[in-house]
Each structure stands twice: as C-alpha cells, then as structure tokens.
Ligand binder design. Structure first.
Ligand code: DAH
Length: 333
C-alpha cells in the first residue's frame, strides 16, 4: 500500500542530490509529470473504497504541494545563479563610450534640386514632379524636332529597351507632355533623372537635369536672358559673370549655351537654352505668331560640382558617408 513517509523520503534524497537545472526538470517530470508517480498513484486510488480513497488522496495531495514548493524554491535558486553568472562573465564596461545616434541628412543632389526649385518658385514657376523616365522615342526625340535621321540623336547615347522605348536622355521630354495638355500659358520647371551611356569623372549613366519651359504671349529672348542670368547670380553669387554663347539645339531657335566665369577667369558652360522652335508649337496647334516660348535645361551634377568645387562626379554616387557628411549643413529654404 501507499506509504506517504517513504514516498516523501525518497523524493527528498533525490532532491538533495540535485546540482543542475536539468536534473531538477527531470525530477519534476518524474514526480509531477503527466505520467509521473503522483498521477500514477491517484489512478490506482480509484480502485479503493471511498473512505480509503479519501484518506490516501489527501495524504498524496499534501505531499504534492510540498514537492511543488520545494521544486519552485530550487528553480528560483537556479535562476538567480544563472543571472549572477552571466553578470560575472559579461561585465559591463561603463567606461566605454555610448553609441551615438546620427541624424540623417539630405543627399547633396536632392538638397541642390530643392534649392534650385526654390529659386524658380520665387520667379513664379510651377514644379512638375511626375517626370517619366521610361519614355518612347516620340517624346524623347521626334516631337522635339529630332527625327530618326537627325544627327543630334547620336550625341545622346541612349539606353534602348526596344525599337521604341528608352530611358529618357533629357528632361526635355516633359516639354512635350506639358504641351500635350494644351493648357496655356505654361510656366514650369521639371527636375528629374536622365540616362546616357557615359561614365567618367564628369559623367555617370544616370544624372539629374532640370528643364524649364515658358509658353505665353510675347515671350522673347530678353525674358530668357533675364531669367537665366538672375538664376545664376542668385545661385552662384551676385557678382557672377554670365555669358550667352550662340549654339544649336534641335528644339530651340535661337539657341544658346550659358557660361559662367570661375575664379581663374575661365568660362565654364553651365546650361543650354533657347526660344522654343516654331515646329514644336505648330505640332500642338499653337500659333507661333501669337504664342512664343523659352526653354532651358541644366545638369544638376554639373552645377553642384562647380558650386562646391568637387572635380569627380562619381563621389556623389558612391555612398561614402565621409564625403557626403561634408554637405550635412545643407541649405535652408
Ligand atoms: N536637353 C538638352 C540636353 O540634354 C538641354 C537643353 C538645352 C534643354 C536647351 C533645353 C534647351 O530646354 O532649350 O543636352
């Protein structure tokens, strides 16, 4: 028959010999587990007469409680022991410097785009952001007065997807999208990415341009000169020497390239501009005798390089934090 004293004594002997957490777990399973000794005895007590069953069940329950308490006690002991040990091994070195949290900042190219936008905003331009980078040849070339046979197409080394789609080589494609909407007057600038097969110190396969377009009644070359000269003087400083040099672009007539003079008295080209070609206006049924337009396009990276005196464009694209953090202060608009 069940002998409670002997049962508990056996447990205590085993209990006192325990030295590890694993042994404790095994002991708990042996006595309290689903198929452990205590549930086994309870099952056996079913066959006793009621009065005996009550007597033994009570004894067993008392022992069960004692065992549970003892096991809990040792569990706490092992837990504390573990914590103390890890603390001893992994001592916290309070003399180590803390981990600094760095505040991110805008990439200098983004920051420069915002700065240029802010200047044109003050001049009443609307900014268009949804520039299309995957384009068809109609918008990138044909409609800009550059048919298939036009030699200027070769100067813009194009990434073609197929015979018709390409990665746009210039933000001038947005001139066509703006004209298609047929809402006059137009006075927009469009910043965005453009792509050409080029890679060296001053070129990368992806770069940024800002396109400007005004179509209205009575727009003339003086307006263009005023806008561009003022923009460049706000951007580079009010004493900046600016020069307009006659040039050629298929989509403008009068066309000009604009140079600024650097500290070594050398002229440096910064952008292209001109009066919108009547062919383009005619294509959209805009009468060139009533409406005229001016357009300009500039490479952001080129402006940045001149502005900060950086001579390798690739530095801006390398994600080298040491280089980029120099521009952290950025500009405030
Ligand atoms: N799209 C020209 C280029 O990528 C830049 C340009 C020149 C844009 C003259 C213009 C412009 O709008 O009038 O080289």
């Amino acid at each position: 028959m069940f002998n409670d004293k002997k049962f508990f004594k056996n447990f205590t002997i085993e209990y006192n010999n325990i030295t590890t957490k694993k042994q404790l777990d095994n002991l708990r399973i042996k006595y309290l587990g689903k198929k452990g000794l205590i549930p086994c005895y309870i099952k056996q007590f079913q066959f006793l007469i009621l009065i005996e069953r009550k007597y033994f069940c009570k004894k067993l329950n008392d022992i069960k409680k004692k065992i549970q308490n003892l096991i809990k006690k040792k569990e706490i002991f092992f837990k504390d022991f573990d914590i103390n040990q890890t603390c001893n091994i992994k001592k916290i070195d309070i003399s180590l410097p803390g981990r600094k949290k760095y505040i991110g900042c805008m990439h200098p190219i983004t920051s420069m785009i915002y700065y240029i936008e802010s200047i044109f905003c003050k001049l009443g331009f609307q900014i268009i952001y949804n520039g299309l980078e995957i384009e068809d040849q109609y918008h990138n070339f044909d409609a800009l007065n550059m048919p298939v046979t036009h030699p200027a197409r070769n100067t813009q080394d194009t990434f073609w997807f197929n015979a018709n789609s390409l990665l746009r080589t210039q933000t001038s494609n947005m001139q066509i999208h703006a004209l298609e909407k047929k809402i006059l007057p137009i006075k927009i600038i469009v910043p965005g990415k453009v792509y050409r097969k080029d890679y060296d110190q001053t070129h990368s396969p992806m770069f940024h341009q800002i396109e400007g377009l005004i179509i209205d009644k009575g727009i003339n070359f003086s307006n263009l000169k005023w806008i561009i000269s003022n923009f460049l003087r706000i951007f580079f400083g009010k004493d900046m020497n600016v020069r307009f040099r006659a040039s050629y672009f298929p989509f403008t007539v009068l066309s000009a390239e604009v140079d600024i003079m650097n500290c070594c008295n050398t002229w440096l080209e910064v952008l292209g501009c001109g009066m919108v070609h009547p062919n383009i206006l005619n294509r959209f049924n805009i009468n060139p005798d009533i409406y005229s337009g001016l357009a300009f396009g500039m490479g952001i990276e080129r402006l940045i390089m001149l502005y900060y005196g950086v001579n390798d464009l690739r530095l801006f694209l390398k994600n080298d934090l040491k280089f980029l953090q120099q521009f952290k202060i950025g500009r405030y608009y």
